[in-house]
Design a protein around this ligand. Structure first.
Ligand SMILES: Cc1ncc(COP(=O)(O)O)c(C=O)c1O
Length: 395
């Protein structure tokens, strides 16, 4: 047997993750590997922390990437902040809230689950009611950008309510970071985690996190050890450096960090507000095309994420057939529905480098052609023209 080198097919990635990786980032990944305690590498780590503070809109000293995917960022927040017996209100309006509940319980905490409708922003009144009913709650956790539905929750209001009840907040910004407004300091978020494979246009496998002083105080004053050695922030900080001297903790994924550095340099060049505006404009262009094809977005307009568009699958159309043909005939990946939306919606991502004109035109054209061939009347020409009208608007 002789297994050959792996050369992936060329794809356009418009699912929930990963997004297309920018060529500048792919090229940064191939730069020569150096030692992880080399002074040049340590200086780059400091730049990554500074650039992440820019992306998160924070001055938090503890801002750094965990060497593992977004799920490890989630786990890092829960294992460090939840002590055995702590009550945590978990707001659930999609798949990723469900995972937070698991994390609370595995950290020894008591999860108070508050459910809300999938496909909607989380209702702040439900959080207020839950905290009134559970005055001994220590932490509130929720997802900013729910990737399973495309709904955007109001972080500022949810954090305000949590703070009024003396709770810390853990916010999932895996899909949010770089794609829609997130103001960690102004909104008072205590602990936040993200991912690199979405609106940062980078490869998967790193989880930027940021903790403010109040959150760090809780970590420092724990009466029990953090149950995960790898994710114990007291130890990780010794490596990523605060005021302390750097000491070995694990071997950083050196080349992956070159990629993250490049992606954050690109974000800085574009400007974070401009990145949010680009995601918004491209969402409007995609929406114009999808609606002209007769497809409906499931999230009410005011609660929609620009970077993740969930559309209802027309009656009589088989989800997997269409996604399979998009991949085979157009090299285009879009996402299936998750959980209660499985088989009912497609999730079309417009994240990071994937949020660009060429991708929108490809997606609308390809979907229109396939739907027509399956007997759905869809005016592809009108849809493409609707996309162009928005894309060519220079205001
Ligand atoms: C909202 C949200 N949270 C957490 C995760 C987990 O991130 P990862 O797949 O990088 O572990 C994802 C991944 O899609 C996500 O969308």
């Amino acid at each position: 047997m002789s297994i050959q080198s792996f050369n992936p097919p060329v794809r356009t990635l418009m699912g929930p993750e990963p997004a297309d990786v920018h060529p500048r980032i792919l090229s940064a990944l191939g730069r020569p590997t150096i030692g992880h305690l080399d002074p040049a590498f340590v200086a780059m780590m400091d730049e990554i922390k500074e650039l992440l503070r820019y992306a998160f809109r924070t001055e938090n000293t503890l801002t750094m990437p965990i060497s593992a995917p977004g799920s490890a960022g989630m786990e890092a927040c829960f294992v460090n902040l939840v002590e055995p017996g702590d009550k945590v209100v978990v707001c659930i309006n999609g798949v990723f809230g469900l995972r937070m509940k698991e994390n609370v319980e595995r950290s020894g905490g008591v999860a108070i689950v508050v459910n809300d409708a999938w496909g909607r922003a989380f209702d702040p009144q439900k959080l207020e009611d839950a905290l009134r009913a559970n005055p001994d709650t220590k932490i509130v956790a929720f997802v900013h950008a729910e990737t399973s539905t495309g709904a955007c929750s109001d972080v500022k209001t949810l954090v305000e309510i949590a703070h009024r009840h003396d709770c810390l907040t853990i916010v999932d910004a895996v899909t949010a970071l770089g794609g829609c407004e997130l103001q960690v300091d102004t909104w008072g978020v205590d602990a936040v985690y993200a991912g690199t494979q979405k609106c940062l246009s980078c490869t998967p496998g790193l989880a930027p996190v940021s903790f403010n002083e109040q959150a760090l105080e809780k970590v420092r004053n724990r009466s029990t050890k953090v149950q995960s050695w790898f994710l114990d922030l007291n130890l990780v900080m010794g490596y990523w450096g605060g005021e302390q001297k750097r000491s070995y903790h694990h071997t950083a994924p050196i080349n992956a960090l070159y990629g993250l550095h490049e992606s954050l340099v690109m974000l800085q060049e574009e400007g974070i507000e401009n990145a949010w505006a680009r995601h918004r404009k491209n969402h409007l262009a995609l929406r114009a095309g999808l609606e002209a094809l007769g497809l409906e977005l499931i999230v009410p307009e005011a609660e929609r994420l620009p970077q993740l568009n969930a559309v209802s699958i027309p009656g009589g159309i088989d989800d997997a057939t269409v996604r399979g043909r998009l991949l085979q005939e157009y090299g285009l990946e879009i996402g299936a529905g998750l959980g209660e939306f499985a088989g009912k919606v497609w999730r079309i991502g417009l994240m990071g480098y994937s949020s660009r004109a060429a991708n929108i035109l490809l997606c609308v054209g390809a979907l229109g052609n396939i739907l027509n061939s399956l007997g759905v009347t869809a005016d592809t020409g009108a849809a493409l023209s609707g996309v162009q009208t928005i894309l060519s608007d220079r205001t």
